[in-house]
Design a protein around this ligand. Structure first.
Ligand code: ATP
Ligand code: MG
Length: 381
């Protein structure tokens, strides 16, 4: 099994210094599924200080729980010391992290069986919880007793739904029951973490599995403004590109999107784009489209092609290919020309807007001569 040649060099370097090291987590799971691995996670018997000492370029990204990011051979790998966790008082943060010497103990603390498979090319696969079988049968199952694992860390429940939506896996019955039972603990998760999981879930290849938020009751505890989400729309997402505001616009088309996204601390940029897309959903006449582009820009109009009707797409292409006037700057007349007609002040702006509406309706009107005539007719003193 080949996971990552660059990652392998990191493992070999740790071994040359006398430590154990394995690929673990998502990268092993993804390669077993025949997919290209995302980020590379490595678990090792070396302490964080030892990892920092062995590699030239490291970042103490999660040093408190034993994670050091190693930059080597053009990749970034998260290298985490074997550890177990003991005692969770706030349902999210272990009270203490204890480093351990055995890979088996490290795998115990991992969330799901499919994420608890370790691999080292010379030692092979360590799979103490039937993770490979669960990858094969596409099942998300807790390592250990689901009830206590979710009580330890409520984020795991949200991750379970995320993996269901990203991988297309089913959540095993006992694990699912435990999510329903412990859903209320999700209110202890920070909004930023929820946002990360929310976005990954919506951008998944199987986004309709996000209905599990609703079916498990989790959604109530993820955000106060969750009413904004329309679960009936999720089946439309799988055919859309993985662009967050685009998918957000589809599932929050009934109002409240901005409040919801603000609550989860999404950037103003994402909120603004989502709102702009929502107002454009369903438009299709040339005038609607031109007015939309004028207000919301070409980029958003292009994204709407994925959501709106075929007619929308045809009309938009026509507007572009025939170079129809859309902005004031496209008019074949300008402020100076109007001033020369003896019109000044506020009225100039009003006239330009009026002309713009006229040429939106009929692009053929956009000649200096015709526009001057229009002004004489419509704005004669
Ligand atoms: P991906 O990288 O594709 O999002 P992943 O499974 O690698 O998925 P990460 O968040 O990168 O997820 O975490 C790496 C590994 O760390 C996981 O596979 C899992 O073994 C463990 N892990 C992460 N978060 C938790 C958690 N909250 N509780 C228990 N184990 C966790
Ligand atoms: Mg990962």
């Amino acid at each position: 099994m080949i996971i990552s040649p660059a990652g392998l060099e990191i493992i070999e370097k740790l071994e040359k210094s006398g430590f154990e090291a394995y690929f673990v987590g998502g990268c092993v799971r993804d390669v077993l599924m025949g997919k290209h691995p995302g980020d590379i996670d490595i678990t090792t018997s070396a302490s964080p200080e030892e990892v920092i000492h062995i590699f030239e370029k490291t970042y103490p990204t999660g040093i408190n729980h034993g994670t050091v990011t190693v930059a080597e051979n053009g990749i970034l790998a998260e290298v985490t010391t074997y550890r177990c966790e003991k005692g969770y008082k706030d349902f999210r943060h272990p009270d203490g992290v204890e480093f351990v010497s055995d890979i088996g103990e490290d795998l115990c603390r991992r969330d799901f069986t499919v994420n608890a498979i370790a691999y080292n090319p010379s030692k092979g696969i360590v799979d103490n919880f039937g993770g490979q079988k669960d990858v094969e049968s596409k099942v998300i199952r807790c390592v250990g007793e689901p009830d206590s694992r979710f009580a330890e860390d409520a984020l795991r429940m949200v991750r379970a739904v995320r993996f269901a939506a990203v991988l297309g896996f089913e959540i095993e019955q006992k694990t699912l029951d435990a999510i329903k039972k412990n859903a209320h603990l999700a209110s202890s998760i920070s909004k930023e973490r929820i946002a990360v999981e929310f976005e990954k879930t919506v951008l998944g290849d199987f986004p309709e599995n996000a209905k599990l938020w609703q079916e498990t009751g989790l959604i109530k505890y993820l955000a106060e403004n969750s009413k904004a989400i329309d679960f009936l729309t999720f089946k439309k997402l799988a055919n859309l590109p993985k662009i967050a505001p685009l998918r957000f616009a589809v599932i929050m088309n009934g109002g409240g999107a901005a409040e919801f996204l603000k609550e989860l601390r999404f950037s103003n940029e994402i909120i603004k784009t989502t709102e702009s897309l929502i107002v454009g959903i369903g438009i299709e006449t040339p005038i609607e489209i031109k007015r939309y582009i004028n207000k919301n820009g070409i980029k958003n109009a292009e994204l709407l092609v994925y959501i709106n009707s075929i007619k929308y797409k045809t009309e938009l292409e026509k507007i572009f290919s025939e170079k129809h006037p859309i902005f004031i700057r496209d008019l074949k007349i300008n402020g100076t020309d109007i001033m020369e007609m003896g019109i000044t002040g506020k009225k100039t702006g009003q006239i330009l807007l009026h002309l713009l509406e006229k040429v939106w309706e009929n692009p053929g009107m956009n000649t200096k001569e015709k526009l001057i005539k229009l002004i004489e007719e419509d704005f004669a003193e």
